[in-house]
Write a protein that binds this ligand. Sequence first.
Ligand SMILES: [Zn+2]
Length: 773
Amino acid sequence: MISRSVVALILIVFLCVSPAPSQAKKAVFDGLAALEYIKVLASDAMFGRKSGEPGSEAAAEYIASKLKGWGLEPAGANGGYFQELTYEYYEVEKGAALGIVAHNRTRDFVYGEDWRQYRYSGSLTAGAGIVFVGYGISAPQKQYDDYSGVDVKDKLVLFAVETPRRLESALREEAQLANRIKAAQEHGARGVLTFRSDTQAGAASYRGGPRKDIYRPGFVLISIEAKVVDFIFKWQRADPRFFFQQIEATGKPQSYDLGVQSLVNLKVDFDEKRPTKNVLARITGTDGNLKSEFVIVGAHMDHLGIDMTGDVLNGADDNASGTAVVMEAARVMKLNSFKPKRTIIFALWAAEEEGLLGSKYYTENPLYPLDKTVANINLDMEGHGTGQVGASGAYYAPEVWEILKARLPKEVLDNTVPGRGGPGGSDHTHFLYNGVPAFMVGTSGPHFKTNRVGDVIGLIKPEILKNSGQFVMAALEVLSAEAKVPIIARRKETFFWRFETIVNQRTPALDEVIQEHKDVQDPDVDFQLAAVGGKAGLAGDALRVELMKDLWAGKARLAETKGLALFGGQAPAGGGMMGVRGPSKTTVLLGLQGVAAFRDDLRWADVFSKQGIGFVTLDQPGPFFGDRGLNDEGKRVLEAIGKANLLLIVKGLDPGQMKSLLENASKPVFLQTSTLPGKEILDLVKKTESTVGLVLGKDEDAVSYVRKVDEAKKAIGAEYLSIVSENCLWEKAGRSQMLDIVAELLKAKYEVEDLANLFSGAFMRALNRAIRP
Ligand SMILES: [Zn+2]
């Protein structure tokens, strides 16, 4: 660092030689000033700034008073600096304890290591006996009840969260964790102890965690580790493994009172509507037109409060640092009487650590129109690292990133590490979901104390804060002054189009796919089915030789194509990722058009599978069905496809054929249809873990198609439902039709998870199950 006297000297020389000294020297972002704000925010007196607690409210007051003192205009609700909101506050009080008394011996277990509570656990300070109830499933109407013959009133029930496959398909509803908890409540227990038995090879874990309606003030939800289970069973006649084997062998519950006592001390503070607030200030734009457009720079000011041992989680880096950078940028811009053309909003969000709630609330109740908001810059963790500034978001807002790239001063740009971006992890997320170009800005390199007690002021480097501050100020100057920051048409739909994993369900020839992707950078179609050809007219071994040649040559050409990657055996997860990630490629799944390649010799299904074929389509199912459904050949072909771990994609079936196919299927099937099948068939779809591909016709209108999707979702759930476009999605018509569909789905308030299922999740699930031996 250069010394102050040298700076003064340079300044004097500059002033002396400067021919036009009329302009006052511009203030610059001061890292040491930012450090001072962090000292306050991350002090023990703020108690870790958990939203809804006095410390965070004090932090909000402190920030607002600073902004006001520096002359920033209020930008909150009702002419003030705040936007009030409430959130669901849930906190375990200090001193949580669990002891077990077995065989006259008492052992205490460590909270957070040996055991923890589920969200929506209530409180209990009492001793209670423990009753083992196997899987905790109560379904007497289906001849299975872990509660039959045991009295669990005022006891804790102990059960494993897995479900053996055999029970899982029959007791899908009842096996959901929420329903197991309800069963315990209905039988008069005071709480549940759950554990992972890990003895059930291939067993499914429960689906769906506890929800709010499960909460009872005096009912505890506790999960325990193997160590606790071992102690509970130490003097029992057998281990849990034995009882689960018995259940498996006999189909009968093995519940009994263990004669073991628990000593529970768990107190939770649950407040459905705890008040907290965002802080907002602004510098109003000066341009007559542009001042009603907005740039929002934000950071979350809250952190995690106090941990179970009573230590304060100061959150200096996460995210007093980002808060301080926003504050200092505001101060300096105001000090310089900066005159932006657009209005700049400085926002400090509440309850980020509770699930991005403050910024989410803002996007649901925007104080400035989101469709006039040109960009959001979000700061999270600016105090550690290498000093380079990561700025992620280019893939989702290339039109904004291009402007920044062209206009940012060279020294700022040189110190910036751009990333692809995407939602998740911080407060830019809900801006993206609403179509606002949003950049996640955090300093590069390790942030070594995230969410730990050691995230304290002493580790924060003011020069790193300054780098981040210089980026933010420069970006704000560009975005608030640039005459045209495009607000593209259909921003929200375009975001989801880019964000979702898009599967192109058409199955063109591999050659066509390769031709199309020769020069594609970061394509929007993420997953592509492609058929390996075979010359028309060939059959038997001659056909197989041709196919095998095509397959090998195709794989080699695919490996050389920049925008493509060969499917590697595990379907990609849906959605984008936070942080720095390179451009993505289209993953290609190879398949066979029809079963001609192995119809005469079924062993070849397996050979093709081993050479990288993943699916087989059946477009003309006629020959494989008779009056009473699947004929003998059909059954053999279906069996061979299942055994070879190929996904069967089938279309053009009538309801009777669908039923027969699913009844005979050992593996999930991808069942394409333009009309939703009836309940009997849908039940079979669930049972076989198949997926319904609802076909979207080439000219089908979005409103009526989404109505169809809606009906289907109600009947079977998005988990089993996939959109199948007849149009090719890398072509303009297909893309545009799909944006219409996205618009309708968003209008109908589909959740992000539902969209993920419809666009790829349900298909991928069926695929992953089908290709697994
Ligand atoms: Zn954070």
